[in-house]
Design a protein. Structure first.
Length: 454
């Protein structure tokens, strides 16, 4: 029994210590809060407290502090970066992109800039789907708004036929039409990715059909005034018929007649050009001779290259960036002059890299950089300034042996360049400061010095 009691005592003692540690006040947080309260116009104080709160995953509290730090000093890359990380954690992707772009302009750490650049490409897709979800959630309000009369959304076409390897042409044909219709300054074409994100959210792609009713709904949600919808029908093996129509979002009525073109599959580009010119007529747009000449240009003359490109669009829409890169590269192999395939391959490759870059990965790039010093100091409860080695030494000394003077210097530090009036601190010795009392218990000791006889 005595042996058992000896075994259980350390266990209970350990539990008691753990509970006590959990209840201990956060001294670093309190220190940073005092520094920020003492000088709310300090870049360093706002940034440090914001970073500390971000590390504690208190994103709502961290965000205004980091945004304030960045506002006080737009050239402070660390506050811009953490403002972006915080906004992304709060799923405000528009604000996150703005902050990340600011870091690309002023950030000093090359590896972090590379990570952020890749992250931005991947974040754009996330932002579009988040915007689509938000639009659906606020559909009643959005439906009452009138889109810009010039704004046109081209829906992905539907495909019907026995050869399903041709189905990706529905994305490729829409992509070609968007590029051609966008050549007129009288029209404002919505990005294909944005329209596709909306379609994905309202599950039009599951049925494979986008009829007038569902196209109008999607058009309202992306705030277009008119939508273009169409279909590709494979007939007689290598023959195809493609038709398209313009539908008014406000009235849900089709404008004019269907535009239709039929030919053998190898003439798919001639079919698309015929459709584009017919759609301009339905949209009431007059083209100049220069516009017509530009529209006649073809990104490629290879059907196989275009099929590979179309497969890349499908893979990219589904977030399969690795597959998308392979398809785009295949298109470039077939037709080395296919410039659009090269651009898409580069974008998909960057998006693939960005999808693998987490917030932790971005932060890790700061660890061995000069910018990382202020982050490390914030984690220790120190509002480190970026103003030079003197402040770095002062912060290091203050962290080891905090004093009233060091606390004031730290809280007023920062790159804002603003000097605040200070009240001279009360002089206290190091022992008093460390123990928190003006009359600490005196400690004595004995030092023995041994001198050897020569």
């Amino acid at each position: 029994m005595r042996y058992l009691r000896l075994l259980t005592l350390p266990v209970f003692a350990g539990l008691t210590l753990t509970a006590s540690a959990q209840q201990a006040p956060d001294k670093a947080l309190a220190k940073l809060e005092r520094a920020q309260a003492a000088n709310p116009s300090s870049v360093a104080a706002n940034r440090a407290l914001g970073i500390y709160l971000y590390k504690k995953q208190n994103f709502p509290a961290a965000r205004p502090l980091l945004e304030q730090a960045h506002k006080l000093d737009p050239k402070d890359g660390v506050s811009a970066l953490y403002a972006g990380l915080t906004a992304e954690a709060l799923q405000d992707f528009t604000a996150a992109k703005a902050a990340y772009n600011s870091y690309l302009q002023v950030g000093k750490t090359r590896s972090v800039r590379n990570d952020v650049r890749a992250r931005l490409v991947s974040l754009s897709r996330t932002e579009m789907h988040a915007a689509a979800k938000s639009a659906i959630a606020n559909e009643t309000r959005i439906a009452q708004q009138t889109g810009d009369p010039r704004t046109v959304a081209v829906m992905p076409m539907t495909f019907s036929g026995t050869d399903q390897t041709l189905a990706p042409l529905s994305r490729g044909m829409s992509d070609l039409l968007i590029n051609d219709l966008a050549r007129s300054p009288d029209l404002q074409l919505l990005e294909r990715d944005r329209v596709q994100a909306m379609i994905d959210e309202i599950a039009l792609g599951q049925s494979g059909r986008a009829d007038a009713a569902t196209s109008v709904r999607a058009g309202k949600l992306v705030q277009a005034s008119r939508v273009v919808q169409g279909a590709i029908l494979q007939t007689g093996g290598r023959n195809v018929t493609v038709n398209a129509a313009v539908v008014s979002v406000a009235t849900s009525q089709q404008q004019g007649k269907d535009v239709q073109s039929s030919d053998v599959l190898d003439q798919i580009f001639a079919i698309e050009k015929s459709l584009a010119l017919g759609l301009f007529d339905q949209l009431g747009v007059r083209l100049s001779a220069a516009d017509r000449a530009a529209i006649e240009q073809r990104p490629t003359r290879s059907l196989q290259a275009f099929l590979a490109y179309s497969n890349g669009l499908v893979a990219e829409d589904e977030g399969r960036y690795g597959d998308a890169v392979r398809f785009y590269e295949q298109a470039r192999t077939i037709d080395p002059g296919f410039g659009a395939a090269l651009q898409k391959a580069q974008s998909a490759r960057t998006a693939q890299q960005g999808a693998q870059i987490t917030a932790a990965k971005v932060e890790s790039g700061l660890q061995t950089s000069s910018e990382g010093a202020s982050v490390g100091a914030a984690e220790r409860g120190v509002a480190a300034s970026n103003s030079g080695i003197a402040s770095t030494l002062a912060n290091a000394v203050g962290d080891i042996n905090p004093s009233a003077a060091n606390t004031v210097n730290t809280s007023t530090g920062g790159s804002s360049g603003q000097t605040q009036p200070q009240t001279p601190p009360t002089t206290r010795d190091a022992t008093s400061e460390k123990t928190g009392t003006d009359q600490p218990a005196q400690k004595t000791g004995q030092v023995t010095i041994v001198i050897r006889k020569p």
